[in-house]
Ligand binder design. Structure first.
Ligand SMILES: O=C(O)CCC(=O)C(=O)O
Length: 421
């Protein structure tokens, strides 16, 4: 079925239409956005097989709760409590369908994502050019790389990871006071997405905002361990500085002005948030995932991995490459917003996390995002008659609604938004 929508309909409204149940249907329809929608940015003409709401012939009205369900669809179970209870098998809720299950074997391959010395960017002309080229190739070929000599103090990196490890080992009640809800996701959580009956991931997490300042609220950060707030302030400040440098590198490599991407993100008014992932020991790691395959919806992610145990896997064609973390390196990856701004010269690459039967794992994912109410679209300089804009303009607020509702789902969102050609 094909029809036209009003010129001024926002993508959020469009997604809301797709997810809105008919008055007689208690559940949102189960739909796959990529297979159902394609948006032409100019005409906003939509092609879908059907939508429940439109079928019901009712005029569309925004539903106040659509963007932010108040609560989780099922009671939350902390994966850490399950693991600590010594369950001998993975409960059904965490068992992935066979094609999604990981192959757990000792990974002896020496294939790894590129490792880059960022110090070269501040070196002489030759070193600077070499570093730019290495990062350019890594962005085009992998969407992922590791950086060392990045300016963040190694002791601060270790301290930040350890203070979070201690947080997760606090008594249940001390963490539970920060239990989160899907409205903002801030706090202590155990699931992404609000689809009832979804197969869950084998992890807990803590999510907090660092920028913009209006969203930062220390009371929503754990009060214990006592050093946590101070350590995370300093860590975030240094990581934001590093992100600023990387934004310059990426802009230059795309042939844009050094400040282009930063300005497109909102200058100093960007968003930055931290998700600390805790992957408890798992009795059957070959049946589940710590985090399902996804691309990051934001701009760029700086991951501080666990030095003690690998777990992150990056998609390379039909293979999953296990990242071997270099000491005191950050793992950098391109998110969907940079894929959009670069008109797909850079791709946000799918990744996932495997778990381990005898080691827990802690990682800190720092998300550097555009200001949430700014339309993000392909840079005009990268749009040509041969390569027209692949994506319509969309704010990050509108964009991230998808993952907040549906949870991690590969690259389905950014692919679904590609204009038909
Ligand atoms: O834990 C990891 O290695 C990756 C985490 C991640 O992909 C995320 O938090 O989005």
């Amino acid at each position: 079925m094909s029809f036209s929508l009003p010129q001024d309909i926002s993508p959020t409204a469009l997604i809301a239409i797709l997810l809105t149940p008919t008055p007689n249907s208690p559940q949102p329809p189960s739909i796959s956005l990529p297979s159902l929608i394609s948006i032409n940015s100019n005409k906003r003409t939509c092609l879908f097989h059907r939508t429940y709401y439109i079928e019901s012939n009712q005029p569309w009205k925004p539903k106040p709760d659509m963007n932010s369900p108040k609560d989780w669809p099922e009671p939350i179970v902390r994966v850490q409590s399950l693991s600590d209870s010594g369950v001998p098998v993975v409960p059904d809720r965490y068992i992935k369908p066979p094609p999604e299950r990981p192959l757990i074997s000792s990974d002896n391959s020496d294939i790894n994502i590129p490792l880059i010395d960022l110090g070269g960017f501040f070196g002489d002309e030759y070193l600077r050019a070499t570093t730019l080229t290495q990062i350019s190739e890594a962005c085009r070929e992998w969407g992922f790389f590791q950086v060392v000599n990045h300016g963040v103090r190694p002791e601060l990196m270790d301290g930040a990871r350890e203070v979070w490890r201690q947080f997760f080992h606090l008594p249940f009640e001390s963490k539970q006071v920060y239990a989160n809800a899907p409205k903002t996701y801030e706090g202590y959580g155990s699931r992404l997405g609000v689809q009832k009956g979804a197969i869950l991931d084998w992890s807990d997490y803590y999510f907090l905002h660092y920028l913009p300042c209006s969203l930062k609220d220390h009371h929503k950060w754990p009060a214990l361990p006592v050093s946590l707030r101070e350590v995370i302030e300093e860590y975030s400040e240094q990581v934001v500085k590093l992100c600023g440098v990387l934004m310059k590198v990426l802009s230059l490599n795309l042939g844009l002005r050094e400040e282009y991407l930063q300005n497109a993100f909102g200058g100093t008014n960007i968003g930055a948030c931290l998700r600390v992932n805790f992957y408890p020991k798992c009795p059957q790691p070959d049946l589940t995932l710590g985090l399902s395959s996804h691309s990051d919806p934001g701009g760029m992610t700086l991951l501080l991995p666990d030095q003690r145990v690998a777990g992150l896997q990056v998609r390379r064609g039909n293979n999953w490459i296990t990242v071997k973390p270099a000491r005191h390196a950050f793992i950098v990856n391109i998110g969907d917003q940079i894929q959009v701004l670069s008109n797909a010269i850079y791709k946000s690459v799918e990744h996932r996390v495997i778990v381990n039967s005898n080691k827990e794992r802690v990682s800190l994912a720092f998300f550097y995002n555009p200001r949430s109410d700014l339309p993000i679209e392909p840079a005009k300089e990268l749009v040509t008659p041969d390569k027209p804009a692949l994506y319509p303009a969309m704010t990050f607020d509108e964009y991230r609604l998808f993952i907040r509702l549906k949870g991690p789902q590969g690259k389905s969102q950014v692919e679904s938004l590609k204009s038909p050609r």
